[in-house]
Design a protein around this ligand. Structure first.
Ligand SMILES: [Zn+2]
Length: 177
């Protein structure tokens, strides 16, 4: 008979009655005791925007290449794309970064924006390469966030690319090399 218990309760969903007339007190003093109105509504926008000068970076990710820039004048080399040198203003050249780099620092994210919240906890790292003057922020996959250790600093990591590119910076992520 225990199995039949499930028939005594209807399934709950977040659908509900559509309300057109909201009960309202004659005495405005009662409004402070009013329960909050909670609205459920669909929300969708088509966000048309340009990656501008960073476009080659995303084209690189879609082709399994991690691209960045190097200044032809002063030689400053960027780990994150920057088409004009922040030191001398010269237009930079595109370069391909090595597939393997090292963890400069990391953090374990227990909270995140709406898109990433279901994936918490996850690990973010700043990747460094010898001869490259700035760092690159990316996800580190293949480690247990609960085992985060200072020993991870300096760990060799390897870039991986999504096969189906989403044309977002998360198209590239790193795994222990
Ligand atoms: Zn420069």
């Amino acid at each position: 008979m225990a199995e039949n218990k499930k028939y005594f309760k209807l399934p709950e969903t977040d659908d509900g009655t559509i309300l057109f007339n909201v009960p309202f007190p004659k005495d405005l003093g009662q409004l402070k005791d009013m329960a909050p109105i909670i609205i459920k509504q669909p929300y969708h926008i088509d966000y048309l925007h340009s990656y501008g000068q960073d476009s080659p970076f995303f084209a690189g990710l879609a082709n399994g290449k991690l691209l960045s820039n190097k200044c032809p004048k002063c030689g400053y080399t960027y780990g994150t794309p920057r088409l004009h040198c922040m030191y001398c203003g010269t237009e930079c050249d595109w370069i391909e970064l090595p597939r393997e780099g090292f963890i400069h620092c990391f953090t374990v994210c227990h909270y995140g924006s709406e898109a990433f919240l279901p994936e918490t906890p996850f690990v973010l790292i700043m990747v460094e390469w010898p001869g490259v003057d700035t760092l690159f922020l990316a996800r580190l996959v293949g480690v247990d966030p609960a085992d985060a250790s200072i020993d991870w600093i300096g760990m060799k990591v390897r870039a991986q690319f999504r096969r189906n590119s989403k044309f977002t910076p998360t198209d590239v992520y790193f795994v222990p090399a």
